[in-house]
Design a protein around this ligand. Sequence first.
Ligand code: NDP
Length: 328
Amino acid sequence: MSSFRAIRIDKTDSGSSAAYAEFDDADLMDGDVTVRVTHSTVNYKDGLAITGKSPVVRRFPMIPGIDFAGVVETSQHRDFKPGDAVVLTGWGVGETHLGGYAQRARVKGDWLVPLPAGLSLAQTMAIGTAGLTAALAVMALERHGLKPADGPAVVTGAAGGVGSVGVVLLAKAGWHVVASTGRPGEATYLKGLGAAEIIERRDLSAPGRPLGKERWAAGIDSVGSHTLANLLSQTRYHGAISACGLAQGFDLPTTVMPFILRGVALLGIDSVHCPRQKRRDAWARLARDMDAGSLAGMTTTIGFDQVIATAHDILDGKVRGRVVVEIA
Ligand code: NDP
C-alpha cells in the first residue's frame, strides 16, 4: 500500500480545517519504525487540534491523533521487529509529527511502548493518553507518601477520560474517592467505577477563599482555574493535588496560604514527554489495575468516520469516559 486514509488538518485564513484525505507513504515524516495503525482514541487535545480551538497543531499539513496502537510493518530500531504490537502516546505526535488518525504512521522507535502484557490493542486506546495521565497522577501522589488512611481523594472532571480512569485507579488502591462532576446524571456511572461520593462541579468552580475547610488528603485535577485553587485551599495538612488539565481554564487564581500554612503540595503531571521507564511503569500499573469490566463500562467504540464529530463532542463535554477509534 503506498497511499492510505487519514484525517488531514490544513491551515486556512480563519485558522485551520480538518477533513478525511488520502495520504501517500512518501509524505510520512522521518522515523525508524512504520506501524499499521489498528486503533486510536479521542482525547481532549485531539478535540482542540481538530476544531482548531487552541493552537496545538504546529505543522501543516498535519495528521492529528496524539495516540495510536497497531502492528509494526518495518523497523530499523533494535527493540522492534515486524509483527510486534505497539502503543504510542504523546511525544508531539498529532501536534508536530504526523499522528494516529491514519492507517499508517512512521515514528521514532524510542517513542513506542510494547503492548503491555494483559491488554489488547483496543484496550490500550481505551486507556490512551488520558488513562496514562491518570496513572501518572496517582503514582505522583503515592511517591509523595500519601495513602488511603490519610483521608479522601478528590477527582475533578470525573466523568471525563482522565477523571474516569483516575476514579478506578484510586478506588482500586483503597481510597475513599470523591468524584466532582458537572453531570450529576452520571452518578450511577461514577459509583460503578468506584466513587464513594459525588459532588457537583459548581461546589468547586467559583472563586473561593484562600483557605477552606480541610476536605481531602489527595486529588487529581483535570480542570484547572478556580477549581484547582479551591482544591488546594481545601486540602488537608501535608496533602497533595496532581494537576494535569485545563478544562475550566489554564489560570490558577490561588494564594500561597495552602502551601505555607498547611504544607500542601501541587504536583505537575505531563504525559507527553514522560520518560520511557516511568511510562512503562505506568502502563504496567494500568494493565494490573484496569479490569476489563471497568474499562469496557467507560468506553465507547466509534468508526474512523466519526472522529471529527466526536472531536467537537469532547470539547462540548458530551463524551463520557473514553473513546476507542477502530482505524483498520
Ligand atoms: P475530557 O473531555 O474527557 O474530560 C474533561 C472533563 O472536565 C469533562 O468530562 C467534564 O467532566 C469536565 N469539564 C469540562 N468542561 C469543564 C468546565 N468548563 N469546568 C469544569 N469542568 C469541566 O478530557 P480528558 O480527560 O481527555 O482531558 C482532561 C484535561 O486534562 C484536559 O484539559 C486535557 O488537556 C488535560 N490532559 C493533560 C495531560 C497532561 O499530560 N498533562 C494529558 C491528558 C489530558 P464532568 O462532566 O464530569 O464535570
